[in-house]
Design a protein around this ligand. Structure first.
Ligand SMILES: Cc1cc2nc3c(=O)[nH]c(=O)nc-3n(C[C@H](O)[C@H](O)[C@H](O)COP(=O)(O)O)c2cc1C
Length: 293
């Protein structure tokens, strides 16, 4: 479908022109708006023009009122409910031995679809691993990979090359956080069977996207954040797990286990399940710095 304005129903209010982020619609007071042919290639299919138009007079490319839009829910959650909700979310790493029903995982995926993205449509793909037995199969691979990383970081030559290959953020995270955790955690995992990677979670979500797709790195992080919030809203517990995505990304066996397409980059993951414990209080936190200008 082309971009068009229905002259029969258009009230000439100009809201579509005002809301368009790329000024694709021309409008002057009292006149019917029209799409500017030279700017139509800039349309990102955000659907704002169609969503704002009271009489549904706009068509933006392939979008259709019937298929792609819904009536907005009344109300909203309100400021206090929203802040209470945010402040009560914590990372959950202790789970009941109970699978999460598919419908609840489906609701988390649905929430992720509402996440903002750099450029519609979504580039992010989600793989929902709803079977603990499959998650368990990943653990020996993760142990081996992080065991090797622990060895490499001790080697000055390997460290020199790692430093050159990685950015400072990744190198410092590995050296100052990941390796110390592995030094203590891997022997415990071996001896006591403690799962330091997926924490015994019954479900795991992996966020990945085609390697070359626009903005997919940031989009994946926003997506996983929506997933964490959705899990909390559903009364489930969840945590982002930074250790899993880079391992799956680099390991053929893990990619195969989780059926990640060859051309996709794995960027984020979260574990989810029914929480075993409940927190009795929240924690106050501050940002590193807030500057006002
Ligand atoms: C990008 C990212 C990666 C994380 N990776 C891990 C991880 O690998 N293992 C883990 O147990 N928790 C992980 N977490 C959870 C953090 O440790 C947790 O968010 C932090 O300690 C603050 O606690 P809270 O979420 O309960 O407020 C990660 C969180 C984020 C945002």
């Amino acid at each position: 479908m082309a971009h068009s304005v229905n002259p029969e129903t258009c009230t000439k209010c100009g809201l579509c022109a005002e809301v368009c982020p790329n000024q694709i619609i021309d409008w002057t007071q009292g006149k019917e708006p029209g799409f500017r042919a030279d700017r139509i290639p800039l349309c990102i299919q955000c659907g704002h023009c169609m969503a704002v138009c009271p009489p549904q007079s706009i068509t933006a490319g392939e979008l259709s009122y019937e298929k792609d839009f819904f009536d907005l829910p009344m109300g909203g959650c309100g400021e206090y409910d929203f802040f209470n909700f945010l402040s009560s979310r914590r990372s959950v790493r202790n789970f009941q031995d109970k699978p999460v029903p598919r419908e609840m995982l489906q609701r988390i995926v649905e929430a992720v679809t509402f996440a903002p993205m750099g450029l519609p449509p979504h580039k992010v793909e989600v793989t929902v691993v709803q079977n603990r037995a499959v998650i368990k199969k990943a653990l020996p691979h993760l142990m081996k990979l992080y065991g090797n990383l622990k060895k490499w970081i001790k080697n000055p030559l390997a460290q020199f090359f790692m430093k050159r290959k990685m950015n400072a953020e990744t190198f410092n995270t590995i050296k100052n956080h990941v390796v110390p955790v592995m030094e203590k955690g891997l022997p415990e995992m071996k001896e006591k069977g403690r799962d330091i990677f997926t924490r015994g979670a019954p479900a795991l979500l992996l966020f990945h996207a085609h390697r070359g797709s626009e903005n997919h790195t940031e989009d994946s992080l926003v997506a996983v954040t929506y997933g964490l919030l959705a899990a909390h809203a559903l009364g489930l517990g969840a945590a982002a797990i930074g250790l899993i995505a880079p391992a799956v990304e680099r390991n053929r066996d893990l990619r195969k286990l989780f059926r990640i397409p060859r051309e996709n980059e794995v960027l984020a993951s979260m574990i989810v399940g029914y929480p075993k414990l409940s927190f009795q209080r929240g924690i106050k936190r501050e940002l590193a710095k807030v500057s006002w200008i």
